[in-house]
Ligand binder design. Structure first.
Ligand code: ZN
Ligand code: ZN
Length: 136
């Protein structure tokens, strides 16, 4: 636990937490469930052992939905602003952290995209399109 903790927070600030490296995994997930749950092309998920995770605020208000047909797919969110927040992954000792809610650079980088076969029909890799620093 030598690493500096990285904090995360929801849009409204009611839910806050921190994590410490090293992480168990950092992946983009293109599965159809992650597309629904993120409202985007893919999730960006950091997995961190529970022992390296701490709630700083709002834990009691967090709402969780466990997908009944899944072994461990779940979504947790802030009921006030709807932002996805971390949840404990069933049957493992890891927390799933939606990387977009981190306040700073977690240091690690995603090292694979999974469920590539399920990716959205409209998905185009950023490297294959123009990029603009702000609105295009
Ligand atoms: Zn919130
Ligand atoms: Zn997924």
């Amino acid at each position: 636990m030598d690493a500096m903790p990285v904090t995360g927070s929801c849009l409204c600030g009611a839910v806050r937490f921190e994590i410490e490296a090293p992480y168990a995994a950092f992946r983009y997930c293109h599965c159809s469930r992650c597309q629904k749950a993120s409202g985007s092309a893919h999730a960006a998920n950091v997995f961190v052992p529970e022992t390296q995770f701490r709630w700083l605020a709002g834990e009691a208000s967090v709402r969780r939905f466990d997908l009944p047909s899944a072994k461990r797919f779940a979504v947790s969110f802030c009921p006030q602003c709807g932002t996805r927040v971390p949840h404990k992954v069933a049957t493992t000792a890891n927390m799933l952290i939606p990387a977009g809610v981190l306040d700073g650079d977690p240091g690690a980088r995603p090292d694979m995209s999974i469920f590539w076969k399920s990716k959205a029909a409209w998905y185009v890799a950023p490297a294959d399109m123009p990029v603009h620093d702000e609105y295009g």
